[in-house]
Design a protein. Structure first.
Length: 176
């Protein structure tokens, strides 16, 4: 199987970084959910916090890498304007916009990916920072844990929707 440079970057952006982000979310969610003093000893809390700090920072860094590679590497190929003598199939944005049945993939799907997806790394970074600052005290701060779980979930939903749009848009108009 051969991948072009563009296909390789698309795989790195969506499949590799996206998968790491989703796995880190699951770990962060489970870690925050189960971080309760009645379930874990003080030694266990210290160990879990260490894993939680590593996991949330992994999630935040991966979210930033995903959004940055999408915005500055993959997206310029997507939005390239066609030259008169070339086929629209080589220009995904123009291909989508040329057909009324697929134009919504650009007008809504790519708008989400361009703008709303930035919510994920911002929220993931906020969660990682708060986990780092509060450390083992999080075990005794139920409302803060619930707030962090909510922020992680919003980040996950924003990234998940962006990922789905990316998969559908790539199916309709791949970056070749």
């Amino acid at each position: 199987m051969n991948l072009t440079d563009r296909e390789l970057w698309t795989v790195i952006h969506g499949m590799v970084l996206g998968a790491i982000f989703l796995l880190a979310f699951a770990g962060g969610f489970a870690g925050l959910w189960s971080l309760k003093p009645e379930l874990v000893t003080e030694t266990g809390i210290k160990e879990r916090i260490r894993r939680l700090i590593i996991g949330t920072w992994t999630m935040a860094i991966t979210a930033w890498l995903t959004v940055i590679t999408g915005t500055y590497i993959v997206y310029p190929w997507y939005r390239a304007k066609p030259i008169a003598d070339l086929s629209l199939s080589q220009f995904p944005r123009s291909l989508l916009l040329s057909n009324p049945n697929t134009s919504a993939w650009h007008t809504f799907g790519m708008e989400w990916k361009e703008h709303v997806c930035w919510i994920a790394p911002i929220l993931a970074t906020a969660v990682a920072y708060i986990v780092t600052i509060y450390g083992k005290n999080l075990a005794h701060e139920k409302r803060l844990r619930i707030t962090l779980i909510a922020l992680l979930t919003i980040a996950f939903i924003a990234a998940g929707i962006a990922g789905l749009f990316g998969a559908f848009i790539t199916k309709a108009a791949p970056i070749l």
